[in-house]
Structures are given as structure tokens and as C-alpha cells.
Design a binder for this molecule. Structure first.
Ligand code: ADP
Ligand code: ADP
Ligand code: ZN
Length: 221
């Protein structure tokens, strides 16, 4: 049996390394990453009704309303990818979202394998998002200092030449995003601790070390 067939949540503040680690697990274990942030950014770019509604919240660093996000996840759950293991990155972010997810999984006879909380200091988070950029072609994430391009102007993975920096990855918006995390998202930590599925890792180490720790707590080899 695929050891990673049950859904996993990567939980952590903005810039903690959720996307980075989700992609690594995806590559290694064939799980599908579902990043609500990526889905919302694609909707904004495409100019859909969902994107237009979400944009004002995202630009301000505020959470998009629960009903909108829950609808989005419900839609995704209908897809074939949702039948194999998946990694949720950026969802749930509030207790009502966590409750809605529980109901959706229960309906499908699925059970969460674990919630992995990645702990990173606020100061380090600001440094991480300030230097973040992404390849527009393949989505690979980079950092000016911590994960620079091997060859100037060229993606290590797909050799693409176009990169994007998120408009909300600036110090001012980060203050609002961190406040949202501490006030609205942190309460889901006790929610999952009470269910006995909360695992915690030190997200301050280097990417390889964090990856190794995540595999260890999840009993993956
Ligand atoms: P980060 O990777 O920096 O944590 P994301 O890419 O996950 O940020 O999210 C970017 C923005 O998208 C958030 O600031 C918020 O406005 C919106 N968003 C993403 N996921 C959710 C969610 N589950 N609930 C509400 N808003 C969300
Ligand atoms: P999140 O999805 O939680 O918002 P990302 O995975 O996008 O976070 O990481 C934020 C930024 O920090 C990216 O530029 C990424 O390359 C970098 N980064 C990720 N993990 C680490 C780490 N362990 N040490 C240093 N930088 C990291
Ligand atoms: Zn690329």
C-alpha cells in the first residue's frame, strides 16, 4: 500500500515552507498538492468571479471568507486526484474550515493521516517572504538568498526564464497576514491536538533538514 495514501495537512504561517515541503512530498510519494493560495492566484489571473472576489482580501493580507474557500475545496474533492493521497497546503486556515473539511472527508470515508505544524519565528518569516519568487512555467519556488537560481535568469527545473514575485509578499502586508495567522489560524492547532493527529516540526532549519524531519514524524521512508 502507498504509505502516503491518506490526506496530510501542512500547517504553518505564511513563508513557513509549506509549499516547498509539499512539492517535495509530491515528487517523492506521488501525492497531489492542493494549495488554496495557488488556486486563488490562478483564479485572480484568469479574472473569474471567484478571483475578483478573492483579490481584495488577498491584496490586503486578509483571509478570504470561509464559504468561498469551502466551496472551492468541495469542488476539488470531486476530482480524481482527491481519491489518492493529497497534501493540503494553506487549508484549513480557520476552525470553521477545519470542521467543514472533517465533514467532507467523513462523507468520502477518508481520514486525515496527520497535521504537520511547521514552526518558524515571525522575523524569519518576513525574511523568507521578502526574498521569495516563483517560476511561472513550472511553479518551482525560489529565494534570493536561501534558494537562488543555479544559473542566472534560468529555472533549475524547467529552464524557464520567467519568474514572478507575489504582490502580497511585502513587509506591510506580512504584518496583517501574520496577525491573521495568530488570531484565526492558530486556534486550529488545539482542534487537531484534541483529535490526536497533530505533529510538530522545527521549520527553522534548512530545507533538507525540515524535509527529513517531516518524513520522520510521518513515518515515511
Ligand atoms: P502563504 O503561502 O504565504 O501562506 P497562501 O499562498 O497560502 O500564502 O495564501 C495567500 C492568500 O490567499 C492569503 O493571504 C489569503 O488571502 C488567501 N487564502 C489562501 N488560502 C486561504 C484559506 N484557506 N482561507 C482563507 N484565505 C486563504
Ligand atoms: P509557504 O508555502 O509556507 O508560504 P514557501 O515554501 O513558499 O512557504 O517558502 C517561503 C520562502 O522561503 C521561499 O522563497 C522558499 O524558497 C524559502 N524557504 C522555504 N523553506 C525554507 C527553509 N527551510 N529555509 C530557508 N528558506 C526557506
Ligand atoms: Zn521552472
Amino acid at each position: 500500500m502507498n504509505p502516503a495514501a491518506e490526506p496530510i495537512i501542512l500547517l504553518g504561517p505564511p513563508g513557513a515552507g509549506k509549499g516547498t515541503q509539499a512539492r517535495r512530498l509530491e515528487e517523492q510519494y506521488g501525492m497531489t498538492q492542493l494549495s488554496t493560495g495557488d488556486v486563488l492566484r490562478a483564479a485572480v489571473k484568469a479574472g473569474t468571479a471567484l478571483g475578483r472576489e478573492a483579490k481584495t482580501y488577498m491584496d490586503a493580507g486578509k483571509l478570504v471568507p470561509d464559504d468561498l474557500i469551502i466551496r472551492l475545496i468541495e469542488e476539488w474533492m470531486q476530482k480524481p486526484e482527491a481519491k489518492k493521497g493529497f497534501i493540503l497546503d494553506g487549508f484549513p486556515r480557520t476552525v470553521p474550515q477545519a470542521q467543514a473539511l472533517d465533514a467532507m472527508l467523513q462523507k468520502r470515508d477518508l481520514k486525515l493521516k496527520a497535521v504537520v505544524e511547521m514552526k518558524v519565528d515571525d522575523a524569519a518569516l518576513v525574511e523568507r517572504v521578502s526574498g521569495r519568487f516563483t517560476c511561472t512555467k513550472c511553479g518551482e519556488g525560489y529565494h534570493d538568498s536561501f534558494k537562488p537560481l543555479e544559473k542566472a535568469g534560468e529555472c533549475n527545473k524547467c529552464h524557464g526564464h520567467e519568474f514572478i514575485r507575489r504582490p502580497d509578499d511585502n513587509a506591510e502586508t506580512m504584518t496583517t497576514r501574520l496577525q491573521a495567522y495568530h488570531a484565526q489560524t492558530a486556534p486550529i492547532i488545539p482542534y487537531y491536538r484534541n483529535q490526536g493527529i497533530l505533529l510538530q516540526v522545527d521549520g527553522m532549519g534548512e530545507m533538507d533538514a525540515v524535509h527529513a524531519e517531516i518524513k520522520k514524524v510521518l513515518n515515511l521512508i
